[in-house]
Design a binder for this molecule. Structure first.
Ligand SMILES: C[S@@+](CC[C@H](N)C(=O)[O-])C[C@H]1O[C@@H](n2cnc3c(N)ncnc32)[C@H](O)[C@@H]1O
Length: 208
């Protein structure tokens, strides 16, 4: 789900004449929402299958102002997409901030949701996309952005038993087995832990 707080931050901007770049767009969840409000939206993702799915969804919904391209967001430069705003939902890194900083003009906006370092803290393995507030502020500053909004959205689920904790993480089991988080989470529950933390940073920054 895309956080209503994030969508409200985007709505504050005058989107209708803007060309927006959606970085790490996946199958176009945010891209297609923004296409309803903006002049043009380009979604980029390195996963060709996700891009095909985004194109399919755009066609099915009759959306003509959304484009999708396979691209490595940490390797290409963004000026080729002529963005007037850059957004990203759960795909963020120093390299992406640097590229947005080089492509946006003063006054233009970078808005994103990023994993906070406390996301799934019970597994002991932070996402490589995770930030904490201070480091993120300094990376934004170093790339010419002033942070206008930077808030942590944290939800901690509590369980009465190991079985409840496992059931809550069941949709993540395959992914966590592949990345090593699953055995660490099981161990956490077996040692008496009874929580699962989700934590996101919701950010709007403006190019100085
Ligand atoms: C958690 S998903 C979020 C997808 C989408 N923004 C959404 O909210 O539905 C992260 C996405 O970032 C993409 N991604 C990760 N690193 C990338 C990179 N260097 N260049 C382009 N896409 C990348 C992945 O392929 C994946 O589709």
């Amino acid at each position: 789900m895309i956080s209503p707080r994030f969508l409200a931050l985007l709505e504050e901007e005058d989107l209708k004449d803007r060309a927006i770049l959606d970085v790490g767009c996946g199958a176009g969840r945010l891209t297609l929402l923004l296409a309803l409000r903006a002049r043009r939206v380009i979604g980029i993702d390195r996963a060709a299958g996700a891009i095909e799915e985004g194109e399919r969804r755009a066609r099915a919904a009759g959306v003509a102002n959304a484009e999708f391209r396979v691209a490595d967001a940490e390797a290409v430069e963004y000026d080729q997409f002529a963005p007037q705003m850059v957004v990203a939902h759960l795909c963020m890194s120093d390299a992406i901030i640097a590229r947005a900083g080089r492509a946006l003009a003063p006054g233009e906006c970078l808005a994103f949701v990023a994993f906070h370092v406390d996301q799934w803290r019970e597994t002991g393995i932070p996402s490589r996309f995770a930030y904490e507030e201070e480091r993120l502020t300094s990376v934004l500053r170093a790339n010419g952005f002033g942070a206008e909004h930077l808030a942590v959205d944290r939800r901690v689920a509590s369980f009465g038993s190991v079985a409840e904790g496992l059931a809550a993480a069941a949709p993540l089991e395959a992914k966590w087995k592949a990345d090593g988080r699953w055995p660490r989470y099981v161990e956490f529950l077996e040692r008496g832990g009874r929580t699962l933390t989700r934590s996101y940073l919701i950010v709007k920054a403006r190019r100085r």
